[in-house]
Design a protein around this ligand. Sequence first.
Ligand SMILES: [Zn+2]
Ligand SMILES: [Zn+2]
Ligand SMILES: [Zn+2]
Length: 428
Amino acid sequence: MAPKVERFVSPGKGNGLRATASIRRGELVYSADPLAACVSLKQSKNTCHHCFSRHETLLRCSQCKMAHYCNITCQKQAWPVHKSECKCLRSILPRIPTDSVRLAARIIFALGSSEELYSLEEHESHLSSMSEQKKEGLSQLASMLQLYLQQELPTLDQASSSLPPSCRDPLCLMGKVICNCFTISDGELQEIGVGLYPSLSLLNHDCGPNCVMVFEGTKLHLRAVKDIKSSDELTVSYIDSLELVDVRRKQLEEQYHFTCTCHRCNSRDKDVIMLSGEEAAWRLFKDAMPRLDGLRAESNWQELLNLCKRSLSTAGDDVPDENLYKLKMMDAAVDACVQLGLWGEALAFGLRTLPVYRLYFPDPHPVHGVQLMRVGKLQHYLEHVTDALDTFRQAFEILKVTHGDTHPLTYELKMKMEECRCELNQSQ
Ligand SMILES: [Zn+2]
Ligand SMILES: [Zn+2]
Ligand SMILES: [Zn+2]
């Protein structure tokens, strides 16, 4: 694929990527393998550390007991990358470094092999604009990195000449990793790891972007969700766009060190509707959010569902479904019901979220596509086959743009649609 992208200096934003030809909505703009990637600790037992596919049972590295693989083939292919890492992991057992530290080490082991639009040397670390508190956290990670690497590289200075000067300072390297790494997610948008994709670090943020990133294993696909003219800047959203302007700006400032001045932020687009209804009524939902996140983190599904039902029956009728906090509550209720096997209830909550997702995602978005697919699966399971087919069709309209025709998730969706058609034919 001759990429239709080039780097340029974006006014007020520094480096960026822009189109060198017109790009149609749904087109694959760029694909990239990571310079380095690692499975997140939380998913390390059910995600292959080589190909990043997920399985219930995996083969475990007998030496570090941390790395897991689909089979012997994946383990063998992973060994050149895992060899140094395995030694480091064993040296500090039972401690296991954070995802960002393990990624930084993998970057060091991988350096010297990359040819990118944007070198690691050029990546921003934002050390100079960082608060003292953040720097403190970063220096703890840097110390961990040095301890972790001790067996293989007693000092980063002694590392091979392939290590660019700015990466020999552990603090600076950790800063670059934290500010530039991408979260790798699976088809259902579950986070499974982190990776560094140097050329795509050039992409700037917009809360209403013209591109999205989806993963296939560790391969990153950049796809257009709007028609893009030649020389237009390409943008993605670094964060969850289902948030109020002030929340988005704060997160971007803290994590990425810039203030978003995109069209959506400047016009405060959707803020009013996200806060629709009387505050006295939706306050209850907003105040319940920390508790809701806590119960979700504990996988306490029954308690989570009770909280959602209680809140929705107390204040639900006074707050429109478009209200952001009510939407989050209904989403949490779907998750809880699915976990508890309450399919009918899950479907009822899921159906109510769909018009709201449509409102908040006017452009095709993976989150919207995946939500439709979830609801479609519930309808199918409950034998509402005509409805299921209709929902799957809506999901397909989105996924063919955001994921493309050959992505495994799109393939799964097509199979589901085929199953529905067969069942409908048989029943006629
Ligand atoms: Zn594998
Ligand atoms: Zn190992
Ligand atoms: Zn913005």
